[in-house]
Design a protein around this ligand. Sequence first.
Ligand SMILES: Nc1ncnc2c1ncn2[C@@H]1O[C@H](COP(=O)(O)OP(=O)(O)O)[C@@H](O)[C@H]1O
Ligand SMILES: C[C@@](O)(CCOP(=O)(O)OP(=O)(O)O)CC(=O)O
Length: 205
Amino acid sequence: MEVSEPRLVLVFSGKRKSGKDYVTDLIQDRLGSDVCCILRLSGPLKQQYAEEHGLDLQQLLGPGPYKEQYRADMIRWGETRRHDDPGFFCRLATREACQPVWVVSDARRQTDLQFFCSEFPRQTQSVRVQSSEKTRKQRGWSFSTGVDDAESECGLDSGVEFDWIITNEADAPSLDEQLQPILKLAEKAVTSSRSRPPDDPVLFL
Ligand SMILES: Nc1ncnc2c1ncn2[C@@H]1O[C@H](COP(=O)(O)OP(=O)(O)O)[C@@H](O)[C@H]1O
Ligand SMILES: C[C@@](O)(CCOP(=O)(O)OP(=O)(O)O)CC(=O)O
């Protein structure tokens, strides 16, 4: 299914090891990859960083410890690219997206959210994934100066009214239950896209 404009853009943020990838993978699994794509702003960043530094891109993209060795330097490297053009990685990450539902898995800065809110004001919904420090530690997180106190991790801690908050904890309601209203929104967006011409964005919210 190809559309020229997304019908719904779900912009996710959350601390590292809160489960952004886990939750966004679940959404794609429920909606199907013909309907829903996952866009990672860190994708083009890691690709260019890996090329310039001769690193293993697949490992940088994965959840393991490899990327953590380079994270602080990648953050600094990305900041210089963003300095002149805050939407640089947002544009690269979205250029080949063709599904009606876009799931952006890793907004980190106010400018990331602003990019989608200004490009797709009617379609964009912000989603925060939250987990306690205890749970994040169990998933392998530990505080790192220059990372956990930097804009990359804290840029969306305040000043944003998220449309949705998902609590990714063992003792919280199940993710399927919490994601129900978001999945319904996506299904509605897709259904209405089938009955409208592709260039006619839907005001469904
Ligand atoms: N609800 C969950 N159930 C089981 N494992 C989870 C859950 N949420 C996250 N994880 C695991 O915790 C780790 C960190 O999650 P991830 O989605 O990579 O976090 P983030 O993208 O926010 O850094 C991964 O290994 C992931 O599989
Ligand atoms: C340099 C980064 O893009 C690295 C991001 O890597 P991931 O998106 O893999 O991080 P988590 O999922 O939170 O663990 C951060 C940035 O500030 O752009």
